[in-house]
Write a protein that binds this ligand. Structure first.
Ligand SMILES: O=C(O)CCC(=O)C(=O)O
Length: 222
């Protein structure tokens, strides 16, 4: 049995659209590329996965979610989300994730030069769960361009981005850029984004249900 609330949550009804077939739509339709500056960009494709409730419920139930603890200064604290990382040789927990990874590899192959192979899954149980500012700088992303493709499921959250060097955002007076991550949406961080920008999913004081993030990466990038 996976995350204990899976069945209750799946029956809440707000996300249910089980009469429609779950489908990945064309990546290109409605895709917008936002150039952030410093060679970084973000692609946003709202509603990439249609009728994704079945996938959301299956992942909540079937993924062996881990609660991690991490050293923070002189104490050990709970990581505020549950996680599961699927390496390149590990079977993914749902066939739709295989389809999604293949569709992304096909679409981005000319720019990326290698396929997406790993899937990092995060479960944000409610608005108190979050991920702090960071860049994925292990592997190729440390010194060259890469892409992290995120499929978002469940409650809407915000992806925030800010320049790593603390400098101003070109063409903006705000301290960070914010992109909504809704149910079925695809967001891809590309170019120099992992080297020159940091990203975060901030906590929220709004009442909200769980969100699952599926991040596809190329080999070696974390
Ligand atoms: O929740 C997300 O979509 C982003 C997750 C993330 O940045 C990470 O796990 O490194």
């Amino acid at each position: 049995m996976g995350y204990r609330g899976a069945m209750d949550l799946s029956l809440q009804g707000s996300l249910l659209d089980l009469t429609d077939a779950m489908t990945l739509r064309d990546v290109r339709t409605g895709l917008t590329r936002h150039h952030l500056g410093h060679g970084a960009w973000v692609d946003v494709r709202p509603g990439w996965l249609a009728a994704g409730d079945e996938l959301f419920t299956a992942l909540l139930r079937d993924v062996p979610w881990h609660a991690e603890r991490r050293q923070m200064y002189d104490s050990v604290v709970d990581v505020p989300r549950l996680t599961k990382f699927y390496g390149a040789d590990e079977p993914l927990p749902h066939p739709m994730l295989v389809e999604a990874r293949e569709a992304l590899s096909r679409h981005y192959a000319p720019e990326l030069g290698e396929p997406f192979v790993t899937a990092g899954l995060c479960l944000y149980r409610d608005g108190r769960d979050s991920v702090a500012w960071h860049g994925d700088r292990i592997g190729r992303s440390r010194d060259s361009d890469t892409m992290i493709a995120i499929l978002s499921l469940g409650s809407a959250r915000t992806l925030a981005l800010r320049p790593r060097d603390g400098g101003a955002i070109p063409g903006s007076t705000t301290k960070s850029l914010r992109y909504p991550l809704g149910h079925g949406d695809l967001v891809v961080m590309g170019g120099s984004c992992q080297r020159t920008w940091d990203h975060a999913v901030p906590k929220s004081s709004e009442p909200m249900g769980p969100r699952i993030s599926v991040q596809f990466r190329v080999a070696g990038v974390r």
